[in-house]
Design a protein around this ligand. Sequence first.
Ligand SMILES: [Zn+2]
Length: 330
Amino acid sequence: MTAADSAHALPVDPPRVRGRFAPSPTGPLHLGSLVAALGSFLAARHQGGEWLVRIEDVDLPRAMPGAADAILRSLERCGLAWDGSVLYQSRRLECYQAALEYLLRAGRAYPCSCTRRELAGSARAHDGSPIYPGRCRTGVRHPDRPHAIRLRVPDVVLAFHDAVQGDYRQRLEQEVGDFVIRRADGLFAYQLAVVVDDAAQGVTQIIRGADLLDSTPRQIYLQGLLAAPTPCYGHLPLVTDGHGDKLSKQTHAPPLDDRAPGPALWTALRFLGQRPPAELAAAPATEILQWALAHWQLQRVPASVTHPWSSPFTGESSPNGLTQAAKVID
Ligand SMILES: [Zn+2]
């Protein structure tokens, strides 16, 4: 028997869980992004899986200098250690270009010269963007103009089961329309980059914020076209500010206190429906993580958290509870 034969005869291991956290470097880590980092970390590690970090800096004009390093430093301070090296989307443009050319050659994508103004009267998708009416589907209207590349979507219902949000379905053509995979300014769209990267990195489990739930059918459709496997999904509730808006750099979310990340970790755990003992809130980050790994239960994560949510750590409801847990560095 040759070495190849004996290798072939070995029992096949079940595929290993591989999760990831993929922040955009538009600002430092804050409680909202910490919830996504912690949730994806615990879901993967609790199953003995790997956890990767990818910096989604494909949209370079929005990237803030130094933010990627600051995010990585905060993760380290929280004890959220990742496997392998960090992947930067800005270094992977050739891979996105190859996928784009494949889709164009296969007749799945087409150039579109429509301007925002020309699409202003179109129906709106969930996220407020116009549902593309298909003007360039049979040929680009103005070949002389800069053009985006759109993915042609069929009139099908895409359904999947989300580990946190339950069953989700979307009629791609009616609810989203042919979507942009490379923008007219030459930047690759998030939807294409994320699918190419998850496939290249062998990601099997995607735990991330619920703001990306309605992007998931697009990504599953793209996975099918690129012959990439579809990972399992779980979309975490979003941390909101006092106005019910998603906590983000745009809403001036306070950055994590790198010198003492324990209270924010504890608050993030509570937000994820876990039940850490109150006295743990004052413990070092490593101790909180140890407890979290031993007690993690994905089924306890709520689909949404209504505002204001109560934070027993501070004895107050947010936004003060949040602000106190993730204090601004002075
Ligand atoms: Zn067009």
